[in-house]
Design a protein around this ligand. Structure first.
Ligand SMILES: [Zn+2]
Ligand SMILES: [Zn+2]
Length: 111
């Protein structure tokens, strides 16, 4: 569900609500070696490795933050934002599924 929109010097990820198309972006995290040109070929590899590691961490953080405002609908398996996700009596699901299945509930983003 996470889309990588990182650049050479910062890490950022986005999630798009599959119901309404709203895009959420994780706060950008600056690469610790951003704008420091590697002095040697060796350093280039070292920096690339650090980049990979920091990106992985940033991705995990983004996923955690994203999960706070996005939910996976257990019926249609789409990732939807809080404005499209409903807390229903028996099973929480997206608004479209709730309508289809005639389930009553309230939109998470409006509770
Ligand atoms: Zn939405
Ligand atoms: Zn659904």
């Amino acid at each position: 569900m996470l889309v990588d929109c990182s650049t050479e010097d910062k890490f950022q990820f986005s999630i798009t609500c599959e119901a309404c198309g709203k895009v959420w972006k994780s706060p950008a995290i600056v690469f610790s070696k951003a704008r420091i040109p590697p002095a040697t070929e060796g350093k280039k590899i070292v920096y690339a490795t650090i980049y990979g590691r920091e990106k992985k961490n940033a991705q995990m953080k983004a996923l955690k933050a994203g999960e706070k405002s996005f939910s996976r609908c257990p019926i249609c398996h789409r990732w939807v934002c809080d404005d499209c996700f409903m807390v229903c009596e028996d099973l929480d699901m997206c608004g479209q599924c709730a309508e289809k299945l005639n389930e009553k509930g309230s939109i998470v983003g409006k509770i």
